[in-house]
Design a protein around this ligand. Structure first.
Ligand SMILES: Nc1ncnc2c1ncn2[C@@H]1O[C@H](COP(=O)(O)OS(=O)(=O)O)[C@@H](OP(=O)(O)O)[C@H]1O
Length: 511
């Protein structure tokens, strides 16, 4: 009789499972309570209790599964927001699907449908409603059949930088919108560090098709500040992923430089020395103690300014090298020609060619040669060099952005002034939402008022800090240790490039 006993046990287990799924569907118990599968990510504190009303309408028919429309997650005839902007890829899904039957359907907005599998939407909706957490495809699957994107979603927005300008705050504010689902992490840097992986690996970091649609979302997205400075990132993105909406953010350049000086130079070098790594310097001291062994902010900025002035001089060697390196790409060649015909300055790969490489074991960059000679007892570590060499360079948002504007339609690129992010009315964020094709969200103001993210550089991209704390922590403009004369020289140098930036982006910041 052992077979009969086993059969009874199996039948009872099945009954419990079926009852569990039913209870989950009906009463919204969490999948964790039922031991539900899927990669669980808790990347964000979400604010779904603050849902705004979505009531956009435009005369385009969306081929969305009926159950999602019945649930009020999507409106069949609305893809544009109240300003007429359409979220990335949603118009694409219309043109892809108009002649298709359900079986042939290829995309729902940014997401790829399954060709040979029906999604159980009721279950998916219940799963999402249970804990308001998105779920992601199984990472192992992303490397199998890399060209098969069924069940994966593309990012609708990308925050491309600049670093230390509030990319974390901007990302979290956008992700608080009820029609946005977060990525599995804020910065993925696929186009910078992971291009050896298939695109599917990248898409794996965004909610799956079921997850995104069952939430009624319009998009997911990520923020990788390391994208902005690099022409190869622009080229790869343009080639492999058409038309996401791109957001760039810029902060008062001198404040950004100082933030980077502390985060990328002072803290890591001080921490290194405090560990007793140098036999001539005593360890275990507070970080401030080690400032005496570091070049001052003004020294570093002065040294860099000299090479940047050389680099931006007409017909400079770095400009010729930039053209030689990238001019073979057709759209870049066209841009060089357009600029030449219109008497405009050429594109410059600032990061790639203005700084040069290592000069010697002691002199890690040409710009620091005389610093090393004059103050030989001070340190620059052989790490974070791409950031410490470019304290000013990475605050010159114009130069890298020119490549992005040349590659993508200008209506797909939006520039945010960091200072505007602290707009407690939520209007600045609604400007961002309008650009992204998101419906107006009245609770942006509440989200912004709660605070900022990644403040002080040591608390993490996902850590929210109240504005009171931000104020106490952030150095005020006048406290930044620069002499009056040098600050003026710096401001005079930055001004024309900032003006060109404002002209190109159509947005004016208060710096
Ligand atoms: N709304 C608003 N207004 C002004 N400043 C703000 C805002 N949000 C973030 N921040 C400041 O931006 C710095 C962090 O930027 P990021 O998140 O882009 O940094 S990172 O590059 O991803 O590490 C970090 O700067 P520092 O505190 O000087 O390090 C944040 O305090």
């Amino acid at each position: 009789m052992p077979f009969v006993r086993w059969a009874i046990v199996v039948l009872m287990a099945l009954a419990v499972l079926v009852l569990g799924i039913y209870v989950n569907d009906q009463f919204g118990f969490t999948r964790a309570a039922l031991g539900g599968g899927g990669q669980q990510n808790k990347p964000l504190h979400r604010v779904h209790e603050l849902h705004g009303v979505v009531n956009a309408s435009i005369d385009l028919h969306l081929d969305i599964p009926t159950i999602l429309v019945q649930q009020g997650l999507y409106q069949k005839d609305s893809v544009a927001n109240e300003y007429g902007a359409i979220a990335a890829y949603w118009d694409d899904s219309i043109s892809n699907n108009t002649n298709g039957t359900t079986a042939e359907r290829t995309v729902y907005g940014p997401c790829y449908a399954y060709r040979d599998r029906q999604i159980n939407w009721k279950k998916a909706i219940a799963r999402y409603k249970a804990d308001h957490e998105p779920w992601y495809n199984d990472d192992r699957r992303s490397r199998l059949n890399p060209s098969d994107l069924q069940g994966y979603c593309r990012p609708g927005f990308l925050i491309i930088g600049a670093g230390k300008c509030g990319t974390s705050s901007l990302y979290h504010y956008i992700a608080s919108h009820p029609k946005v689902l977060p990525a599995s992490q804020k910065q993925i840097h696929y186009f910078k560090y992971h291009m050896h992986e298939p695109l599917k690996w990248y898409y794996n970091h965004f909610p799956s098709t079921e997850s995104l649609l069952a939430a009624g979302a319009l998009m997911s997205g990520e923020a990788s500040p390391g994208y902005l400075p690099y022409p190869d990132v622009v080229i790869d993105m343009k080639r492999s992923m058409p038309m996401p909406r791109l957001l760039a953010i810029g902060r008062n350049p001198i404040e950004r430089s100082y933030s980077s000086y502390k985060y990328n130079y002072v803290t890591p070098t001080g921490t290194y020395l405090s560990k007793g790594k140098n036999p001539n310097i005593k360890g275990q001291q507070p970080i401030e103690y080690y400032q005496q062994f570091l070049y001052s902010f003004e020294d570093m900025m002065k040294a860099e300014l000299a090479v940047l002035k050389e680099c931006f001089a007409p017909e400079s060697e770095p400009q010729k090298q930039s053209k030689k390196r990238w001019g073979h790409v057709p759209w870049i060649r066209n841009e060089y020609e357009r600029r030449q015909q219109n008497n405009l300055p050429p594109l410059i790969d600032l990061d790639g060619f203005c700084y040069g490489g290592k000069v010697s074991k002691e002199v890690l960059r040409k710009q620091w040669a005389h610093l090393v000679e004059e103050q030989p007892d001070k340190f620059i570590l052989d790490r974070n060099l791409h950031l410490t060499q470019a304290l000013i360079g990475r605050s010159l948002y114009l130069f890298p952005l020119e490549w992005w504007y040349a590659a993508f339609p200008s209506e797909h690129v939006y520039f945010v002034c960091t200072e505007e992010l602290k707009d407690f009315t939520g209007e600045s964020m609604n400007g961002v939402g309008r650009f992204l094709g998101l419906p107006r969200y009245d609770n942006f103001s509440e989200v912004v008022q709660r605070g900022a993210y990644n403040v002080g550089g040591h608390r993490g991209y996902d850590h929210e800090v109240s504005w009171k704390e931000v104020q106490a922590e952030q150095q005020q403009h006048d406290d930044i240790p620069l002499s009056k004369e040098f600050r003026k020289e710096l401001e005079d140098f930055l001004r024309p490039y900032n003006e060109r930036l404002f002209e190109m982006t159509g947005r004016r910041c208060d710096w």
